[in-house]
Design a protein around this ligand. Structure first.
Ligand code: SF4
Length: 296
């Protein structure tokens, strides 16, 4: 080995020793492989399999191993809510943004089309369910079609928590069903990162895009997403976290409840999806029980 190569080798080894490993669960299919997420200076550098006798033993697939680039992308990430003002959006505080969101959700009430992302944890799913119960709306999650499994690990189901959300009582809803339900809805709540991507999966198979339900300005929408969603109906956009920023649990395809742990810091100031959903429910409850103006 040349001296130049030795120094490269030593630099690479030094770099590896500085990686911080977080034990977690892969969120890119419903298998829930156990993994170590390794970060350096706030960015994911690699994901390695972590032994679990019943789930993945020593293995993981390339989808999980290399599917983290988007999670490192910070551009355009929301850290505070945005509310529509005329043709544009302005930043606001959580208190003001959730107050606007509460009015939209409450005025649609039972005719709210409430759709969770299939990437919500069990704990976030419970907060979403409680919120839906508060306004009397049916709780659903976007459930894209599954592909066939590979021969080893990948289940072909892109929803990491389909089983957990179903067991909580959220109704799995295909993008086409969501688009049809929108016709009778007076408002939309879309909760969690990648819910819109999940709605658009039908378009990949030449079906109608479920995300068209965000195109009718007469049906206002509250959307939790990582970045601003500039669609005609969006009235409030609330920051959402990606799967590497969350703490909670997923229930895998075999019913095993497994922890996901944060390996990346969320945008400064952004609440977790669970906390934002709980605060939205409290705001709705508070508005419903506020004393009437002039009452003593
Ligand atoms: S099989 Fe699924 S859970 Fe396992 S690494 Fe691949 S995408 Fe992730």
């Amino acid at each position: 080995m040349t001296l130049k190569n030795r120094s490269k080798c030593s630099a690479r080894f030094g770099f590896r020793t500085q990686l911080k490993a977080t034990p977690s669960t892969c969120a890119l299919c419903s298998r829930g492989c156990n993994v170590h997420v390794e970060t350096f200076r706030g960015s994911i550098k690699r994901v390695r399999p972590r032994f679990h006798e019943k789930v993945n033993q020593y293995w993981m697939c390339d989808v999980g191993r290399f599917g983290f680039d988007d999670a490192n992308e910070r551009d355009g990430r929301l850290s505070v809510p945005l509310v529509r003002r005329g043709d544009g959006f302005v930043e606001t505080t959580y208190e003001a943004g959730l107050a606007d969101a509460a009015k939209t959700v409450k005025s649609a009430a039972a005719q709210l089309l409430a759709l969770a992302s299939p990437f919500l944890t069990n704990e976030e799913g419970k907060a979403f369910l409680d919120l839906c119960k508060t306004v009397g709306a049916a709780a659903r999650f976007v459930a894209p079609a599954t592909a066939g499994p590979d021969e080893l690990l990948h289940t072909g189901d892109p929803c990491p928590n389909r089983r957990g959300l179903s067991e909580l009582g959220l109704a799995p809803t295909s993008p086409a069903e969501a688009a049809a339900l929108a016709a009778d809805a007076k408002g939309v709540l879309l909760a969690g990162a990648l819910a819109i991507d999940a709605l658009e999966t039908a378009a990949l198979e030449n079906g109608p895009s479920g995300s068209a339900l965000l195109d009718d300005a007469k049906r206002p929408a509250v959307v939790f997403e990582r970045r601003l969603v500039e669609r005609p109906s969006v009235a409030v956009c609330i920051p959402a976290l990606n799967e590497f920023e969350k703490a909670g649990t997923f229930t895998n395809v075999d019913g095993l409840v497994q922890a996901i742990r944060p390996s990346l810091a969320p945008p400064p100031g952004a609440l977790s999806d669970r906390e934002a959903l709980e605060r939205l429910r409290e705001t709705i409850y508070g508005q419903a029980h506020a004393p009437a103006k002039g009452a003593h």
